[in-house]
Write a protein that binds this ligand. Structure first.
Ligand SMILES: [Zn+2]
Ligand SMILES: [Zn+2]
Length: 138
C-alpha cells in the first residue's frame, strides 16, 4: 500500500512530524473527510468571519452545511503514517484509527512496525502548561 503524502497541511485535520524514542521518527496525517451528504467538499472546523474555530466541537461541510460531532467524526477517520522504526531501524508506512489509545501510559495513535511488529505510538504533544493544563489541544 502506498500512502499519498499530503501536498499541503490544509488538506489535513491533523499533521505531525515526530521524533520517536532516540532513533525513530514518524510523520503522520489525517485527511479531511469528504462530506458524506453532498460529496462536494471536505469537512472541517467551522469558519466564522474568516477564522477557523479551533475549539469547535463539530465539523461542518462548507458546501451544504452538514455537521458531525467531533468525536464520531474523528473516530471515522484514519491516521496515515510514514515512519522509521526506533527498534529495528526500518522505514515503512502504516495506518491506524484516528483515536488515541494508551501507549506506555500516554494517549497516542498506536501503529505496528511492519518489519519487527513492535507497537509505536505517536504521543499527544505535551504543551508547556501555563497555569491550568490545556487538555485537548491536539
Ligand atoms: Zn456537504
Ligand atoms: Zn521495527
Amino acid at each position: 500500500m502506498a500512502l499519498r503524502f499530503p501536498e499541503s497541511t490544509s488538506e489535513c485535520i491533523y499533521f505531525t512530524n515526530r521524533q520517536i524514542e532516540d532513533t525513530g521518527k514518524a510523520i503522520a496525517w489525517v485527511y479531511k473527510k469528504t462530506c458524506p451528504q453532498c460529496k462536494k467538499a471536505k469537512m472541517g472546523k467551522p469558519v466564522e468571519k474568516g477564522k477557523v474555530k479551533i475549539r469547535a466541537t463539530e465539523y461542518v461541510c462548507p458546501s451544504c452545511g452538514y455537521t458531525e460531532q467531533k468525536q464520531p467524526h474523528e473516530e471515522s477517520l484514519i491516521v496515515e503514517v510514514q515512519y522509521t522504526c526506533p527498534y529495528c531501524g526500518k522505514s515503512g508506512e502504516a495506518t491506524t484509527p484516528f483515536k488515541r489509545k494508551a501507549w506506555n501510559g500516554i494517549p497516542s495513535y498506536v501503529f505496528e512496525c511492519e518489519s519487527c511488529k513492535k507497537k509505536i505510538g505517536i504521543t499527544k504533544k505535551m504543551k508547556k502548561a501555563k497555569g491550568k493544563s490545556d487538555e485537548d489541544g491536539g
